[in-house]
Design a protein around this ligand. Sequence first.
Ligand SMILES: [Zn+2]
Length: 273
Amino acid sequence: MPELPEVETIRRDLSKFILNQTIEDIAVHDKRVIRRSSVPLFIKRSKGQKIIDVQRRGKAIVMVLDRQGFLVVQPMMTGQLIYQKNGTLEAPKAAKVIFTLSNGGRLIYNDQRLFGRVYFTADLREIDYFRTIGPEPLEKGFNVPWLQKAIIKKRGPIKPLLMDQHFVAGIGNIYASEILFRSRIHPQRSAYTLRKEELQALHKATRMILKEAISSRGTSMRNYLDGQGEKGQFKNRILVYARENEICVDCKGVIKRFVQAGRSTFYCEGCQK
Ligand SMILES: [Zn+2]
């Protein structure tokens, strides 16, 4: 699933091409990806509007439209948002929605398994996801004093909490494992037991890893492709995720895997307490 660094990479790539372009036409090849309104209403509201900003919130891309409203794409597990410079090329097989832009290019939403969603909204506050999402980890609202307060009543383990979008935005399974390894915290630790030094380490690791991953244009495990249809390179810098039975780079111990809240968790027994 694309997490914050992958969605941010897509946002940055797309901004170069789609900013200030008018949506001249919209072809919906599968109506199931359009949420919150019928396809004709979706087209009516979005078509003819200019994209004046491309933002990201958590794992969602938000295109701000000039006259009214927002075009939102949540890629979820399998969605891809790709810009095609030459709008006369054949569209990819899994193309579900094709936006033809005033510069002659096309913004294509691909989704092989229909987990993702595309919709128009006049107001982001109408959408549960945006109303209830936690702070952005690369912004000022995510800081050590905030973490100290936020974990006080969190008796559950830290790793699922880091992946909870209501707690903090944009972190999923891959980066949660990496962040905890880098901060030397065991994924099973009850969040409220973390000491100030540990929260400082967690805060620092979160920001460092997400920034490094953005510079590497994200991590490609299965489906993720950036806004130009290329794979991300952070996979080569991952130290624990999907590295079960490999040797830890720090202590030469063995990387372990277990299932936590239904997801694979990877950690080093030697390094993480
Ligand atoms: Zn280790």
